[in-house]
Design a protein around this ligand. Structure first.
Ligand code: FAD
Length: 416
């Protein structure tokens, strides 16, 4: 009996152009056309994104110069017919999100806010005129969008606590309030603002064109996770928004929940990209780093960490593929997305910690060219380690998504 694969067996077990971390070859479920598109996207990310990601992260800058290039590749739009270039599935979109986050989680979040949260808000809640006005230009990368839900005093409890007010006065509305953590918020051309109608107490969505009198946004500094996403604090003081810029098909928080249901599944894929990026960095490091005269990859305890990391990734891919298939089948509910986001982000957190540990002291340094006495840097594992914390927290914290699943299991809401 042999315990090692021959080179030919190893080559046959994983097709050369599939992601090695896709251990169970889930990418075989994609069509040839989708696999080929994914290869092109990966090539773009490897040459135009990955080499610059650490520097942008350190400088806390979004890769705004990539906005038109990403549009050319057809990566904006959340699978909606109005904007998508590929005739593809949510499973495919998930793999794209994974690939982008694998190269740069900050870029994945930038796109997730613009294309996922903001464009999906318009796709779900906009009238035909609003979709026609905004989606093509956002899809073409002519404009950048943001999504303003979270407030300084309300993150997890926005459904009941949202304090930003909207008051109708004739053919326009007057908005007052504050928003926090708004990705792309300091430079976006369009910000989807969620506010409570003082007349009926319902949450409504508004398309705020910036700059605008009564609207100010300032970049949040000293962030230590997803530094390549520029988040903003937003203040609105008697901001006037015409009725034609109110999302016409949003009548309350339930409609906003539809947006989150659709985007949350993609956030699970994004988290997966963070885990895969860290795993690949740790594996490369483990093969290169010599201790006790051998590569550390030859030690059982290091192999165990790599095996746990890959098992986490494999289980998370299985869950994410299925939830995206359910989205394609039209049977995905809030609790399905919530379980995927909660489960995957918890596994991601464990995975990046193991991967950082494998890289030892070098695992807390950003990657780059620097080598001291032949010691390879930590291949950027530190960036994935830090970025996992934000993914664990946004689009519903682990706790909130778990409570959504708990409500589905028991029929009892335990949020308060
Ligand atoms: P809190 O709600 O204050 O929660 C603090 C802790 O208490 C958490 O652990 C939470 O799970 C726990 N908790 C709260 N309530 C309960 C409960 N009932 N039971 C058990 N535990 C509970 N928002 C936007 O609107 N647009 C964006 O573009 C955006 N981008 C973001 C980007 C980044 C990098 C980050 C960090 C955040 C972003 N957010 C954005 C905000 C994000 O969605 C919130 O941070 C998130 O919803 C959590 O809210 P909070 O930070 O106010 O935490």
């Amino acid at each position: 009996m042999t315990f090692t694969l021959t080179e030919a067996e190893a080559a046959a077990s994983v097709p050369a152009d599939l992601l090695d971390a896709d251990f169970y070859a889930f990418q075989h479920l994609l069509t040839d056309r989708e696999q080929s598109a994914l290869r092109d996207i990966r090539a773009f990310l490897d040459t135009e994104v990955r080499p610059f990601a650490d520097d942008l992260w350190e400088r806390a800058e979004s890769p705004r110069h990539l906005v038109p290039r990403i549009a050319e590749l057809g990566l904006y739009g959340n699978g909606f017919a109005e904007t998508r270039r590929f005739e593809n599935s949510n499973v495919f979109r998930g793999w794209v999100a994974l690939e982008i986050a694998r190269a740069d989680p900050s870029l994945a979040t930038f796109i997730g806010v613009h294309s996922g949260l903001a464009m999906t808000s318009i796709s779900v809640g906009g009238s035909a005129e609003q979709k026609a006005e905004w989606l093509p230009r956002l899809g073409a990368g002519e404009l950048v969008a943001a999504f303003g839900l979270t407030e300084p005093g309300h993150g997890s409890d926005t459904a009941r606590g949202l304090e930003t007010t909207a008051e109708r006065r004739g053919d326009h509305w007057v908005l007052n309030g504050a928003k926090r953590w708004i990705g792309n918020g300091a430079f976006a051309d369009l910000v989807v603002i969620w506010a409570r109608d003082v007349a009926d107490d319902q949450v409504k969505g508004f398309l705020v064109r910036t700059p605008a009198v009564g609207f100010s946004a300032s970049k949040i500094e000293r962030k230590q996770s997803l530094r390549g996403v520029e988040n903003a604090d937003i203040l609105m003081t008697d901001l006037v928004v015409p009725e034609r810029d109110r999302l016409q098909h949003i009548d309350g928080f339930r409609d906003l929940a539809v947006v989150l249901r659709l985007t949350r599944a993609e956030v699970a894929w994004q988290g997966l990209g963070v885990a895969v990026g860290a795993y690949e960095a740790a594996l490369a490091y483990a093969k290169a780093r010599i201790q006790f005269g051998k590569p550390i990859a030859s030690f059982q305890l290091v192999q165990q960490k790599l095996a746990v990391a890959l098992s986490n990734i494999t289980a998370s891919i299985a869950l994410s593929v299925r939830v995206s298939q359910m989205q394609d089948e039209g049977i995905q509910r809030d609790h399905h997305s919530a379980m995927a986001k909660a489960f995957v982000s918890a596994r991601v957190r464990e995975t990046v910690a193991l991967c950082r540990e494998i890289c030892g002291g070098n695992g807390i340094q950003l990657g780059g060219e620097s080598q001291v006495d032949g010691i390879p840097p930590g291949y950027g594992v530190a960036r994935y380690f830090a970025d996992a914390e934000a993914v664990y927290t946004f689009e519903g914290t682990y706790d909130m998504n778990t409570l959504i699943v708990g409500r589905a299991i028991t029929g009892i809401a335990a949020f308060t």
